[in-house]
Structure formats: C-alpha cells, structure tokens
Design a protein around this ligand. Sequence first.
Ligand code: ATP
Ligand code: XMP
Ligand code: GLN
Ligand code: MG
Length: 534
Amino acid sequence: MPNAAAAAGDIHAHRILILDFGSQYTQLIARRVRECGVYCEIRACDSADAAIREFAPSGVILSGGPESVTDTETPRAPAAVLELGAPVLGICYGMQAMAAQLGGRVEASAHKEFGYAQLRVHGHSRLLRQIEDHAGAEGEALLDVWMSHGDRVAEPPPGFRVIAATDAAPVAAIGDDDRGWYGLQFHPEVTHTPQGGRILERFVRDICGCPGDWTPGNIVEDSVARLRERIGERRVVLGLSGGVDSAVTAALLHRAIGDQLTCVFVDNGLLRLGEGEQVMATFARHMGVHVLYVDAEARFLEALAGVEDPEEKRRIIGNLFVEIFDEEAAKLEGVTFLAQGTIYPDVVESAGSAGGVGGKAHVIKSHHNVGGLPEQMKLELVEPLRELFKDEVRRVGLELGLPADMLYRHPFPGPGLGVRILGEVRKAYADRLRRADAIFIEELHAAGWYERTSQAFAVFLPVRSVGVTGDGRRYEHVIALRAVETVDFMTARWAELPYSFLDHVSRRIINEIDGISRVVYDISGKPPATIEWE
Ligand SMILES: Nc1ncnc2c1ncn2[C@@H]1O[C@H](COP(=O)(O)OP(=O)(O)OP(=O)(O)O)[C@@H](O)[C@H]1O
Ligand SMILES: O=c1[nH]c(=O)c2[nH+]cn([C@@H]3O[C@H](COP(=O)(O)O)[C@@H](O)[C@H]3O)c2[nH]1
Ligand SMILES: NC(=O)CC[C@H](N)C(=O)O
Ligand SMILES: [Mg+2]
C-alpha cells in the first residue's frame, strides 16, 4: 500500500518494517535489506497497531526469536501486520508465529537443526523461483541454507503451499503468492545462506515493489533538502569529534546550510594523541568549516575525580558535553539546534534507555549521545545520520567528498579514554595511555594491519606489576592492547596479530613510556566480552 509520500518521489516512501522477536540476527536482516537499496526500520514485535499503520510499510519482515510458539503467552505478530494488505515474510520464529496465528500447526521437533541444511525447492513460488545452488537428481532446485531451530511448522495454514523442505523440516518454507505472504524456516540474512541476499532482494524489490532508490546520492540530496527546510534561517552548533560520524554530519550540514553551521570541538582531555590539531587542520583550514576549539580538560577531569563506575562516567561525560555545547551556543546568536553524529546502531544499542527502539534487547552500554543525554535539553537535536548504518555513513561521506583516510578511521567512543582507563580517571594515566595508544596505532599502520582490523586501541589497567630494567626493580602499571575484526561492531573476533608484531609494540611501549612495566594482549571475543573494557 503506497503511502502519501510515494507520489512525491520521497526516498522514504517505500520502506520495510522489520519486527524484532529477539533474534541475534535482526540487525543483519536490516543490513541485507539496505544493501538492496531499500530503507527499513526495526521495531519491537509488540509495536502498537496504530504505529504500524502510520509507518505504512511496503512489506513486513518478522525476525526469528529465542522463544517457542508452542509455549503459552509467547509473542505473535500484531494484528495490523496481517491487515495491511502488504507482503509479509516470516523468518524462523517469525514463520512459526505467523503459521500458528493463521491456523497452521507448529510442533516441537525431535529433529533440531543447527547449522547447514540442504533445502529442496518445490514448484514455482514467486519467492524462490529460479534461485538455486545446485540441481537435484530430479532436476529440482537445491539450496544450501543455514538453520537454527528446535520447533517446526507441521501443517501450513490454509491458503499456503509448502514451497521447500529439508529432511528434518518437511515444511521448511511456505508461501501464498496471491497475498505475498511467505515463511522461511532457515535464515536468509546470514552469509552462510549463499542465496539469502537474492531471496531477500526478491522479497523487498519484486514482491513488495520497492524501487531500490535508497542510494548514497539520493540520501545526500534528500537530507540536504530536509535539513534546509527544517532549519531555515536559524543556526546550528555541531559536536565535532574527529570521528567518522560527526565528520560526515558536518559535511552534510555544511552543504545544506553553509555558514549557519558552527562546529564545537571539545578537548575533554580524553582524546587520542594529536587529535585536536588534526581536527582543526582538516575542518577549519581545509574545508572552510567554522570550528571552535574548547579546552575543557580540567573541567572533565574534575567532574570525573573519584568516579569509578563506567555508566556513571559515561553519564558525567555526556552531560558535560551538552553543557559545553549549550554554553557555546549561548555565545552565538540565533542558535536553536544541536547537531550530533548519532547513527542507527547508537539508537538500537541504547534500546530501553531514552531514544532506543524500545525492543526486547537489554541495555549493555548507554551511548553518551543517546541514553547518556540529560533529560532536559535546551537545544533541539538534529541528527541527519540517525537512520544510517556505519557503512552507509562512509558511503555518504565519500559522496560528499570527504577524504577516505578520515572515513575509514577506526571508531573512537565519545567518552574516549574515560572508558579505557579502568576505574578512576587521572591525568597521569591519560597521558601514558595516549602515548601507548599512539605507538600501537603507528605500528599497525606501518605493518599494514590497520586496515585489516576494525578497531584497535590500548587500555590502561590501574594494577601494578613488578618489572626489572637495568638491574633495577619497577613496580608499575599495565597496558592491555585490543584489536578486533568486525563488520557491524555487534559481534567481533580478536585479531590474530603476529607474535613478532606484538613483541615489537610491547617493547616500544615499555621502553618509551615511564610508568608502564607490562603489556598484555586481549584475546576475548564479543560476545562474551565487549569491544571496550568498560
Ligand atoms: N570531543 C568531542 N567534541 C565534540 N563532540 C563530540 C566529541 N566526542 C563526541 N562528540 C559527539 O558525540 C557523537 C557521538 O560520538 P561517536 O564517537 O559515536 O561518533 P563519532 O566520533 O562522530 O564517530 P566514530 O564512531 O567514528 O568515532 C559525535 O558524532 C559528536 O557529535
Ligand atoms: O560513542 C560511543 N559512546 C560510548 O559510550 C561507547 N561505548 C562503546 N562504544 C563503541 O561502540 C562499539 C561497540 O562497543 P562495545 O562492544 O564496547 O559495546 C565500539 O566501536 C566502541 O568503541 C561507544 N561509542
Ligand atoms: N531461530 C529461531 O527463530 C528459533 C525459533 C524457535 N525458538 C525454535 O527453536 O524453533
Ligand atoms: Mg567518536
């Protein structure tokens, strides 16, 4: 059902709603849909019917989930989803819920399937036709798919055909071509299902009729027009951090409103070595953006003195940032907006705290720019990247002409070294950590490993350990090195850096920095660890 915006050529006009039943892969579904050039949003599975109708999706995807449809009081799709007249795709739990709701039968199965399975495709459904990995003995299409389920659909609901089967799940995919309603027991969103991207593309492009116009060029054009309309003649201050997200936000706003934009770069004393100088050089000198440099090291360190709890540190840092933005805005005339480089994962990860999607996810860390904001804000927020994933932000940045080395920098959290010095933050610790981090990053660049890791940094451990140098005893602090590989920062593997490389970095850190007697390497994945230590 096309909404009103469709006629106006609005790139948000065609959009997919993903309802989250608590799957580990909901974010992945969203990424795959975006990769098809189609805009989507994730909402909680118990979203109100009115909100779903207002969103007016071109199609709905129901995610998987940990619960069992065979238990009482487990979630089902909201009634509005089935009344929209739009196509629906249920994945795993989503398929099971849909089947149960529509009069099919779901059972706990003795044949649990986790991992690879071979799917036999039956007949010609609009969803799966002409998609295959291999041809079977009788000429039928076979697909390699990835499964993770204990329950299964035993009987499809009226109006649905069985469109694929595996040995353990005779009803592995169901479909009603007339209504465009489908269910898949396997996960098309994971890379272990090689044709999964094509199946999702078939659903969102062909079956839901989305044109695939969610592209970097269109996103820039659309954002610039919306920003101009919303801001008018008024002025905006932007928190510029030197990171990817605020840099792209600055470039976008600069294009939209030019001189009405003033960037505020806050040196909170918790930044990387040389960060301030680098930000001023890139933005103020090369891009002609108006940037104010605020030296607030003493204020941040004072506010953090004696504070050990990570969430408390984040809250203090977040509040102080906003206080400083307010002060700077008050010095300028006509400022009513505060812009931030908030991106979609910041919003989703802060779910449950203010601004999140309000889903079933737990709050792991409240990002200082979403959950960590004060309750009363003087300035109105402008967050033009709030709907984008990191890789989309980078592509938008390229489109805006930002240099690749700025766009492909490792992310650096807003609370900075404040959450990389475990426990109480002290200036002496921050100075040592900054130098250790700079040595590590310099060596990663020199060895060609910077691009091969997604995020790397040093952590200051306030425990003391004995060392011996020049026949003398040292009793000093420990630096931990962390380097991870990840696509979306939701899960991560520790990087297998060569021992010789680690050895070289360790020697440099201990030899060049007073007060460090030992270096360790973090070999924890996410999960169970997180990327940052706090
Ligand atoms: N030192 C700072 N000065 C001014 N604003 C800041 C500072 N640090 C963070 N911010 C604001 O907080 C937002 C969120 O920080 P975050 O680290 O998530 O994003 P980023 O720094 O823009 O990008 P990246 O994720 O690549 O580090 C930033 O986009 C920026 O608006
Ligand atoms: O702006 C931020 N404010 C924060 O409070 C914050 N905490 C973690 N991170 C970054 O988020 C990504 C995932 O980190 P975790 O695995 O530690 O949750 C990694 O890229 C982290 O650097 C933050 N970024
Ligand atoms: N991955 C899923 O969605 C699993 C669904 C359901 N909990 C089952 O085991 O079958
Ligand atoms: Mg940052």
